[in-house]
Design a protein around this ligand. Structure first.
Ligand code: NAG
Length: 295
């Protein structure tokens, strides 16, 4: 028996080694939807550069308001159902498509537990696997999940929204885009639920916890704090896709792959890849194309 086990054991080790190799390779997530010159959602997905494309934004919701999409020049709110075929195309290529709530502008906030629960019901029926709506804003394609990019208002009741969404059948993904200052002013309590599948921390427009002038010490320290302080499926380094994409925080592709990624991967578990703001700037700078082999 011992000799019979020998070869399967060696093969088993090779298989395990191969799986470790795959698991350590990171993914790229990108935000799409805020600039009409970035091209279509289907083109973003068929670039082959992204594992996640995050439609941005559902920028009006809560406080009893009817939720409203803002996809800049891509389509007027109420006239975006044609995106369903793009979403299906993305999904057929294995790209996960999410809808992001919030953003830097907009008019949103949750006023009560009931407000959180009714928004979860709305999202389920209008964007995810639910069947309770006859007027789905992005058509009848079911998105893979919901992203929270809460950047104004207050932090109340997003933990309840997260719990209500996770309680729906169908395993919709839940992700979030906090700022790198820990804890996040708006998403801190929600992230403490431990319910998020991926957290893409925004290491831009945040002097003090981001990359600056070739120095990654603040970024690495913040990465350590985030990955140690929050329980989540994985963490992504959120970056500007070009120097013009944000006021600060841009990391040249060579510095990212040569210095910064090895440093944060050395911190320990939880690394999932990078997130880019945004598809528009990525098209201009080909950032994902330059780094994807090393993410
Ligand atoms: C992006 O960069 C990669 C790597 O240098 C290159 O192979 C690819 O052709 C570039 N794509 C575009 C559209 O320039």
């Amino acid at each position: 028996m011992a000799t019979n086990l020998k070869w399967p054991s060696v093969l088993g080790l090779l298989v395990v080694a191969g799986m470790v190799g795959v698991a350590s390779a990171g993914n790229i997530a990108v935000y799409w939807g805020q600039n009409v010159n970035e091209g279509t959602l289907a083109d973003a997905c068929s670039s082959g550069n992204y594992a996640y494309v995050i439609i941005s934004f559902l920028s009006t919701f809560g406080n009893g308001q009817a939720p409203v999409l803002n996809l800049a020049g891509h389509c007027n709110p109420g006239e975006c159902a044609g995106l369903a075929s793009d979403i299906q195309s993305c999904k057929s290529q294995g790209v996960r498509v999410l809808l992001s709530l919030g953003g830097g502008g907009g008019n949103y906030g949750l006023s009560s537990t009931d407000d959180a629960n009714s928004l979860a019901d709305y999202l389920w029926d209008n964007f995810l696997g639910g069947t309770g709506s006859s007027s789905r804003p992005l058509g009848d394609a079911a998105l893979d999940g919901i992203d929270l990019d809460i950047e104004n208002g207050n932090s109340a009741h997003y933990d309840e929204l997260a719990s209500a969404l996770k309680a729906k059948d169908g395993g919709a993904l839940l992700t979030a885009a906090p700022q790198c200052h820990y804890p996040d002013e708006w998403l801190g309590p929600a992230l403490q639920t431990g319910l998020f599948d991926a957290v893409w921390v925004q290491f831009y427009n945040n002097p003090g916890c981001a990359y600056a002038g070739g120095d990654d010490a603040n970024l690495v320290a913040a990465w350590r704090t985030w990955t140690g302080g929050v329980r989540a499926g994985s963490f992504y380094l959120g970056l500007p896709a070009s120097a013009e994409a944000a006021g600060s925080g841009y990391i040249a592709p060579g510095d990212l792959t040569g210095t910064v990624l090895p440093a944060i991967q050395g911190v320990g578990g939880g690394y999932g890849g990078i997130m880019l703001w945004s598809r528009y700037y990525d098209v201009l700078n080909n950032y994902s194309g330059q780094v994807k082999g090393s993410v």
